[in-house]
Ligand binder design. Sequence first.
Ligand code: DQA
Length: 148
Amino acid sequence: MKLYILNGPNLNLLGVREPEQYGSRSYADLLEMIRAHCAARGVEAVCRQTNHEGTLVDWIQEAYAERADGIVINPGAYTHTSVALLDAVKATRLPTVEVHISRVEAREAFRQVSYIRAACVKTITGHGLQGYLEAIDFLLDGGGEAPR
Ligand code: DQA
């Protein structure tokens, strides 16, 4: 199996940005956690981060073209603004899990909207970096086959 693990803007600054929201571990630490977890579970993970909305759209389309089995995505602030990301996930119909490190539902009003959520099979918020591993497990354990 092959999963795409996509991160949006400012997630490269994990460990530096607002540690009270996002913790003290770095993006490199996150990649290492995902690498170890995916190796243990025998799944290939393509991990990418970008600050650009269109690049995320390109990578969602790439996941489709490469016949990936699913996507784990933390779109960062584009969660709350991007119809393009919603349309990309809808278009590819790949099982997609939305992950947020922080508990967005307990934060500002503008973070209560997620455009991409309507196309996702699951949303995980507030579980820190562990949330990515839970998302991977959900897809590997058949959650991605839930009706959409
Ligand atoms: C985030 C929450 C978003 O509101 C924010 O813009 C981010 C990170 C999270 O992981 O908690 O960049 O997606």
